[in-house]
Design a binder for this molecule. Sequence first.
Ligand SMILES: C[S@@+](CC[C@H](N)C(=O)[O-])C[C@H]1O[C@@H](n2cnc3c(N)ncnc32)[C@H](O)[C@@H]1O
Length: 273
Amino acid sequence: MDIARSYSFDRFGDADRAAELKRLHKQATVLLSTELAQLQTLGFTPGSRLVEIGCGPGFLTGPLSEIAGAAGAVGIDTSTELLAAAKAVVAPAHAHVAFHPGSAYGSGLPTGSCDFLYSRLLYQHLSDPLAALVEARRIVRPGGRICIMDVDDGFLTLHPCPEAFRRLTSRALVAQRNNGGDREIGRKLPTLMQGAGLTNIRLTTVAVSTLDLGLAAFLDITTRFKAIQVGDAEAVQLAKELSELANLPVHDQPFGVVIVFFATGDVPGDTAA
Ligand SMILES: C[S@@+](CC[C@H](N)C(=O)[O-])C[C@H]1O[C@@H](n2cnc3c(N)ncnc32)[C@H](O)[C@@H]1O
């Protein structure tokens, strides 16, 4: 299976695995109601058959399956370990969810088998996002919708911005690119969707800031993975230095904001389900 070099959970060390699972949980739950509402606004209506590609431990797939109802939700991922966590924790808590191994490039799902396909924080790790969109287009029925959610480090900032944040962000950009990923994927999603032949392409954004999360959680979400991606002592030290900013009195802490991109496009053809 084509596992992204830029994100391979099963190759993390034990300590990084435990911390990363916590970070994914925080990242999924902290704005869960905002994300669920956003997806419903973008066309994921009750009764839609959902596929989530790159579902990881399924922290979103479970709640999304409650909206899908009996139509059902299927989570696909390349990580044996994250799928095991999804099956152990998420599947027993939701009636209409299933998890299967598969890749964004070859999911193993039948053609035209879902109404709405979602991927969150996956495309920044893919070396060939266009090929993944072509596979997504195959899985979605004509008239169905694809929604890709991701970030773009050109739209991530702290104010005032510590030098450590600038350095870690720019080193992570290079490291992720060297691993086949792209930390500036957000701005590219609409063009990629055009290339995959989708129609009715739209881009909406949600700003997530330290007002929503507090500085400690904001830094954990936006810097911990960067340190793992860069993978050297300097990066770990920069992330640690940044995390200590959360110990400052609140009025001395920097304000942080990241823009989350939701790009949607429709599979051409009949609109009937
Ligand atoms: C940053 S995690 C996001 C997980 C989940 N979407 C979330 O938001 O919690 C990226 C996910 O993509 C998965 N992944 C990496 N390469 C993949 C591929 N080629 N096809 C499908 N999933 C892949 C990883 O195993 C991991 O679960």
